[in-house]
Design a protein around this ligand. Sequence first.
Ligand code: FAD
Ligand code: NAD
Length: 475
Amino acid sequence: MSQSFDVVVIGAGPAGYVAAIRAAQNGLKSACIDEWKNRDGSTAFGGTCLNAGCIPSKALLESSELYHRAHAEFASHGIRIEHASMDIAKMQARKSGIVKQLTSGIAALFKANGVTGLQGHGRMLGAGRVEYTPHGGSPGLIETRSVILASGSAPIELKAVPFDGKDVVDSWGALEFVEVPKRVGVIGGGVIGLELGSVWKRLGAEVTVIEALDQFLYMVDQQIAKEALRHFKRQGLDVRLGAKVTASRRGTEGITLDYADANGTHSITVDKVIVAVGRRPYTQDLFGPDAGVRLDQRGFIEVDHECRTNVPNVWAVGDAVRGPMLAHKGSEEGVMVADLIAGQVAEVNYEVIPSVIYTAPEIAWTGRTEEQLKQDGVAYKVGSFNFAANGRAKALEQAAGLVKVIASAEDDRILGVHIVGPMAGELIAEAVLAMEFSASAEDLQRTIHAHPTLSEAMHEAALAADKRALHAINK
Ligand code: FAD
Ligand code: NAD
């Protein structure tokens, strides 16, 4: 006998599990199917983000940063540690413990909200019909009024450098190293390359990042990107721009990567290779022959601005659809869709999505960059403020970087905020809220910021946009 629901979500990453919870909160009978399996064969909700992405990477970034600071920064605080040593097994166990707690938390949230969590494979057969195959079981039919597809994404593999699951790995593999490799080659100087390159660099590896584009972090405001690159290079991260890997081979000395740049061809030999050249939408075996859901040329599920597919009552959210591949973007889409299905008014403001790169210093931004505003022909003014003049940043011994506020030259509305510096990922929340409420630079200027805090740098940058900074010389 088939089961029936109001809403069936396929995929329990941050887009899918949030959609299922909100649907249940809206009084809809909802189920969420997920096929995730860990390396040890165990199942878990949470998708890439909780199991192999956001959470484990941040756990290791934190541990490696503390280790690095114990070595490189504590002395300047007057704290001497003679023999700081690392225990990678313990670091990894801490990481796994956090992942376990959070993924079990989703199962508990499902239960508390009345969501039926199903572990196994989901396949959309047609509007109103989903096939569910439990792990190790046989397929059954589920009837549903609405389907939400949230199948996520998968890493892109390079033909010239195929994954071997041990020494040539994707981001998941790079989170699982059991010892610090001596030499790491990172292909792709994007978000994953920089975050995971930082983890192993801080723990003592020599890290070389090979990036195809001439421009560093093309999606980031270029003043901020250049400032970040200066700090990364000073930390010893070897970033090679405009470099394309053409071949790889294994020898007795390790893995050799051949690459070409403007100066000719070169090669480096490393012990581990992390391939981080982007991710692609994952829709493998998601559709039965009569599903009829349209994909775009790059394989993303085609949706409108409200995440509707071309098939009535079938929606798609998260990494499997257009837009930035970010957990919070997927979650907000999940909430919007669950609310729309329940007949409520809902939307996602795609103009104000925060992005954070968890390097040290962190990079965070929202809204448009100077480059984009120039391209769009928008008249703007800029105010920036260096953390070097911020008391809290000095006290933290983390005074590298700056906050940059861009506002309309015509009506003062904030158009973009870009930060490289300590806790940038936390600080950006103020800018997101301000922009969500269409705040002006003057609104930020007249908002009281506690002293001494890092947030004062945001205040001063807003003041600087009108040449009214109080703790910097206005130019
Ligand atoms: P996913 O999280 O990929 O979940 C999809 C789920 O659907 C998976 O569990 C999959 O097994 C399941 N599934 C797929 N097909 C089926 C099927 N047919 N039947 C049943 N189940 C199926 N984003 C951030 O915002 N902040 C970060 O700090 C961050 N760090 C990251 C670090 C790394 C190393 C990586 C790789 C990614 C990171 N991301 C980060 C990106 C983030 O993980 C993704 O944007 C997010 O996970 C997308 O959510 P999703 O729900 O769309 O898909
Ligand atoms: P990315 O798009 O951020 O970076 C990929 C980089 O690889 C780009 O700079 C690209 O120019 C380069 N590249 C592509 N092909 C190449 C080649 N053949 N040789 C050398 N360089 C090449 O992708 P990613 O770092 O793989 O991350 C994937 C997704 O995961 C991103 O969309 C990101 O949003 C998400 N993510 C987010 C976070 C975060 O929010 N902190 C962390 C990790 C991942």
